[in-house]
Ligand binder design. Structure first.
Ligand code: PEP
Length: 245
């Protein structure tokens, strides 16, 4: 039985004061799922100091594929590790579309994170046009395929996968639990083709307008092991309600 995992993606939101209130609220109440928050880089030290003695883990929203060097504006995995980061999002659709990240870049970032003991949360998902053209499996299969190719079996066993249909992110439109389950089952099958044991253990999260009122149904599906939560992760009550769904 896989433990449920609920990860908040704060995106480019927050302030020192707002984060303190949010984190104090989240860590005060136990949740049934394992909880983590992915904060903007400048707030990782704050997460480390406020969450270190709690059950809530923290993570970053991106990492450089490079180890170090002349890459202005980039943040290295070694730096994230110094701030106690457990998770890092790689290949979020906002990085793929606004920053031109390719499948190969996403795989390289996942590898770099693993090198420093950080769990990459590999995000995949199709646009509305791709779904309507019947290309969902081809698109998420290609995105996952680059990671399957780049990682050893041992490395693959350490990642978290997040299915986030682009048309459901921040739009209020969520995939139905059946739509999400179908894609999760397809993704698990792709991993199983490489190794059934790894596929059976891999946490696969759904993301895209998850809220307290739809989380329980989504999370009850056999291949959905929790959620990657954007907007609703910014309110402690909503995030906790999802963590208990
Ligand atoms: C996200 O940004 O990963 C996300 C799922 O956002 P939202 O929950 O707001 O749709």
């Amino acid at each position: 039985m896989r433990q449920k995992l609920v990860i908040g993606n704060w995106k480019m939101h927050g302030s020192l004061a707002a984060n303190t209130a949010l984190l104090e609220g989240i860590k005060a109440v136990p949740a049934r799922a394992r909880l983590a928050v992915c904060a903007p880089f400048p707030y990782l030290a704050q997460c480390q100091s406020l969450l270190a003695a709690s059950n809530v883990a923290w993570g970053a929203q991106d990492v450089s594929a490079e180890a170090r060097g002349a890459f202005t504006g980039e943040v290295a995995a070694s730096m994230l590790a110094e701030f106690g980061v457990s998770y890092v999002l790689v290949g979020h659709s906002e990085r793929r579309s606004y920053h031109g990240e390719t499948d190969a870049t996403v795989a390289a970032k996942a590898l770099r994170a693993l090198e420093f003991g950080i769990v990459p949360v590999v995000c995949v998902g199709e646009t509305l046009a791709q779904r309507e053209a019947g290309q969902t499996e081809a698109v998420v299969g290609r995105q996952l395929g680059a990671v399957l190719e780049a990682l050893s079996l041992e490395q693959l066993g350490q990642i978290v996968l997040a299915y986030e249909p682009v048309w459901a992110i921040g739009t209020g439109k969520t995939a139905s639990s059946e739509q999400a389950q179908a894609v999760h089952a397809f993704l698990r099958g792709q991993v199983a083709a490489r190794d059934a044991g790894v596929a059976g253990r891999m946490a696969m999260l759904y993301g895209g307008s998850v809220k307290p009122d739809n989380a329980a149904e989504l999370f009850s599906m056999p291949d959905i092991d929790g959620g990657l939560i954007g907007g609703a992760s910014l309110k402690s009550d909503d995030f906790l309600a999802i963590g208990n769904a």
